[in-house]
Write a protein that binds this ligand. Sequence first.
Ligand code: SOE
Length: 380
Amino acid sequence: MAKKSLNIGMVGYGFMGRTHSNAFAQAPHFFDLGYKPVLKTICARNADKAKDFADQWGYESSVTDWRKLVDDKSIDLIDIASPNDTHMEIAIAAAQAGKMVMCEKPLGRNAAESRKMVEAVERAGVANMVWYNYRRVPAVTLAKQLIDEGRLGKIFHYRAKFLQDWTISKDLPQGGQGLWRLDVGVAGSGVTGDLLAHCIDTAMWLNGGISSVTGLTETFIKERHHNLTGKTEKVGIDDASLFLSRFDNGSLGSFEATRYARGHKALYTLEINGEHASIFWDLHDLHRLQYFDHRDEGRTRGWRSVHITDGDHPYMNKWWVPGLQIGYEHTFIHQAADFIEGLTTGKPAAPTFRDALATDLVTDAVLKSAQTGQWESAKG
Ligand code: SOE
């Protein structure tokens, strides 16, 4: 039977425009979905590049003004994969036009923007989701299952870090294509919104809400050439950000993100220590979950390195045969599939805009605490 189409208007063709486009293209090949995603229109500022992207990825058309997507009656869903300073305006206009909205993380440049976006989608009653993709690494989803089953018991510690090294050179400019993450006006913040936001989203999903934080940030390179103004400008982003937290369940958190950890490209690790068991996961080894259970028989007790490739593992029955792995792009495919399934079941897939606002309240509190030197509430 022919499935109902889900016509997608995508904004942005950079790194994230590619991950999202690939997700919608691949999801129906592997998942039995109630709707057929259709790559309808790609929007980007440069007309030639937008057209080339449309040809390469199979979009039916390309436009240079996102308002055309909003006005296009045939588009059901607007997916925002453009830089952070564009998220709020597009999301609100899309919601007001009755479109479903998906948005790359972080939702807004700060919680005030995110709150307006939440209000817009909730007032319009449209489906919405934010692309915090690491929840859908099968090993991380398995961690969630184990925690929810009570396997860890009471949780004492949550520890996460996200380390990169790509901005160490003082000659790297800020602003413009690919470098907007260094421009505070566009990005909103540095590693706090870019990298810690991932760690916080996963942490609150696995271990519940964060009540308060104390943070420390540093900008190691104070001035950089700005590609858009052509001048040397003050750098406004945080290059490194660390914080301690208290979770609502009484456990303690420690978080670190930096783009100055020489040798690390995307080392995202998390560890959770509970009364009975501990879990460790590392993005560079994403198909493994390290698990220690104190209730195991004493002589053979130890850390188990669980290879997440079996049909029993989350999402893995959709892919290859046991023993064969999947990768980074699959996390986005899982997210697209879950979103579409949520449309069919009526049970919205998370994280919704409201869930992502909670993350932005924490990142705002971290940045505020780094200024005040005080513990700050992470509840807004
Ligand atoms: C930054 O380098 C970046 O690409 C982030 O923007 C992504 O969100 C993260 O998943 C990987 O690193």
